[in-house]
Design a binder for this molecule. Structure first.
Ligand SMILES: C[S@@+](CC[C@H](N)C(=O)[O-])C[C@H]1O[C@@H](n2cnc3c(N)ncnc32)[C@H](O)[C@@H]1O
Length: 274
């Protein structure tokens, strides 16, 4: 057997060890990016071969925690893709306005910037009081930051520009207080948000959601896991609910291709058929 094939076996055994020891299942993550992350981990831990990671991860939780943050790719930003947020206000908010109360599931929320962006726009539309937002991720460290809502202020000039491009009506600074080099979002934005652990690989549905936002997460999954997550979203959505994906993600060629219609093709906003 050639060494490349043996290295694939090593990766498989590593993933199986992680699954049995920590109940995190990465077997259906996109293989090329998964292997790059294993490689990054080897460099950081000063190791040569994937098999060398196995005993270390099995016996040392802190090494697994580092592996999880390597796998998580928690890169995010406020009003990421401002045109998406503009389209959300134009296509989804009018439907949300027809409900006295509605529920949103924000899956893969990372450190929370995207959820606060959504909460700000809902507030400006007079809708935040009617919303219950469930913001979930499988990375507890990111969730802790998201719950605190405290961020370094160095990016806030860019964030302000993105907020304006997204159609923000006020000043972004109206929504936070600044302390030294950090900003803290006001508690009034958080009142309707519940941050919680949820793993898209193995956890269940959220009932009767009107909107599911899951952007830039499915790109890390293989086709089977993408279909699994999309089915979870479908089963979580109420009749005529909306689904929003990331700019490089789609329901085309997926299990949902016939049960959802596109509302904004370029902004990846889909709506469940009747
Ligand atoms: C690139 S971030 C996207 C953050 C945000 N949605 C955005 O678009 O800016 C991907 C997030 O997906 C989360 N994630 C990856 N696999 C997951 C899983 N199986 N269940 C829940 N969250 C997952 C990661 O922890 C990370 O926070």
């Amino acid at each position: 057997m050639d060494p490349k094939q043996i290295a694939e076996i090593e990766v498989d055994v590593l993933l199986e060890s992680i699954r049995l020891r920590y109940d995190y299942d990465f077997r259906h993550y996109a293989r090329a990016s998964l292997k790059r992350r294993v490689q990054n981990m080897l460099v950081k831990e000063n190791l040569q071969m994937p098999y060398q990671l196995i005993p270390r991860i099995l016996y040392d939780q802190s090494i697994f925690d580092r592996f999880l943050s390597e796998m998580s790719v928690t890169v995010t930003e406020m009003f990421r893709d401002p045109s998406f947020f503009e389209a959300l206000q134009e296509t989804v908010f009018p439907a949300l306005k027809t409900y006295p109360f509605f529920k949103i599931w924000h899956a893969g929320c990372a450190t929370g910037e995207e959820v606060y962006s959504l909460a700000i726009l809902l507030k400006e539309a007079g809708l935040l009081d009617r919303a219950r937002i469930y913001a979930t991720d499988y990375n507890n460290h990111s969730l802790k930051i998201a719950k605190q809502g405290i961020y370094r202020s160095e990016n806030f000039e860019d964030n302000t520009k993105a907020y304006q491009r997204a159609g923000g009506k006020n000043q972004l600074s109206d929504y936070y207080t600044q302390q030294y080099d950090a900003i803290k979002f006001k508690d009034s934005l958080k009142d309707n948000i519940t941050f919680a652990y949820h793993n898209l690989v193995k956890d269940g549905v959220f009932g009767e959601m009107h909107l599911v936002v899951c952007r830039n997460v499915l790109i890390y999954f293989d086709k089977d896991l993408q279909n699994h997550a999309l089915t979870l979203f479908d089963n979580s959505l109420a009749r005529r609910g909306f689904l929003c994906l990331g700019s490089k993600e789609t329901i085309d060629y997926s299990v949902l291709k016939n049960s959802f219609e596109s509302q904004s093709r370029s902004n990846k906003i889909f709506r469940k058929n009747n």
